[in-house]
Write a protein that binds this ligand. Structure first.
Ligand SMILES: [Mn+2]
Length: 287
């Protein structure tokens, strides 16, 4: 299966700016299970996307989208690195959040100034979870060992994580949900103040990697995830922010993780497929 049903042959690889890397990795999920079915569900849903983007009045797919065969966690680093070395932007479909660490490590190798923009309801700042330092609950703590992180949408964390964020000095660059002046009960795309977005952009380096845990969305629109958290973002909030970030920064790669498809309930899967295509469109607009 291919994203947007665009056949993946050598000729297409050469001309593609974007490479979809499905990584159905799931090992340490703690509550709901099923993220290994995420990549397949996103690709399946992408079949129903319009190639034309009405907001941008372009066909983002003209930049070229190539879908790789699914990769394992042990080959994700080398596949991501190869994609970047070929001057393409990897878009990884998870799978559980811990896979981001591998992709970020590869991106940091190519872009020494890299910072990560992380969308997530959870801080993922635990040093260890259930005895495991590679747990999905430790993702951002591990990424911080590689490069700076700016977090958006956090609204659930432990005392340990809170204290680490407050006192370590490592996480000055963090945006908790309540520090972005959003009103989660409206759908007004102007809910962020211009100041919020400016501040966010000022915290990021030029080259950034986006790690997108789908649970940053409100569970009413994104029930298909293992650890849903009330009080999240809606569709337009995310688009407004992504568009501004793409305008100001170079997105070298991204991942979309923690989608846990619910059988016969397609809307959340389709939303993530469309979000990915939106991101491709926003990046295109700057090229
Ligand atoms: Mn999360």
């Amino acid at each position: 299966m291919f994203f947007l049903e665009i056949k993946a042959d050598d000729k297409n690889y050469k001309k593609s700016e974007f490479v979809i890397l499905p990584c159905p990795y799931e090992k340490t999920t703690s509550y709901g299970k099923g993220t290994q079915k995420g990549p397949e569900a996103i690709i399946k849903a992408s079949k129903y996307l319009e190639a034309f983007d009405e907001e941008l009045a372009i066909e983002p797919s003209v930049a070229g989208i190539y879908t790789e065969n699914p990769v394992s966690i042990s080959t994700l680093y080398s596949k991501t690195l190869k994609t970047l070395k070929n001057n393409k932007r990897p878009i990884i479909l998870g799978g559980e959040h811990s896979l981001s660490v591998e992709a970020v490590r590869a991106a940091r190798k190519i872009y020494p100034d890299l910072s990560v923009l992380c969308f997530d309801a959870h801080a993922d700042l635990r040093n260890k979870y259930q005895g495991n330092k590679q747990s999905h609950a430790c993702t951002v703590r591990r990424i911080l060992e590689i490069c700076p992180v700016v977090q958006v949408g956090v609204r659930s964390l432990s005392r340990e994580e809170f204290d680490f964020a407050e006192t370590s000095g490592q996480i000055k660059k963090i945006f908790f949900h309540n520090t972005v002046h959003c009103k989660p009960y409206t759908v007004n795309p102007l809910r962020y103040t211009a100041h919020d977005i400016k501040k966010l952009i000022s915290l990021l380096s030029k080259n950034i990697y986006i790690s997108f845990d789908v649970d940053v969305f409100d569970p009413s629109v994104m029930p298909s995830t293992g650890t849903p958290e009330p009080g999240g973002f809606f569709w337009n909030d995310i688009l407004v922010l992504l568009k501004q970030v793409c305008k100001n920064k170079n997105i070298v790669g991204a991942d979309f993780v923690e989608l846990m498809p619910i059988k016969n309930f397609n809307a959340p899967d389709y939303m993530i497929a469309k979000l990915i295509y939106k991101l491709i469109g926003y990046i295109n607009l700057q090229d």
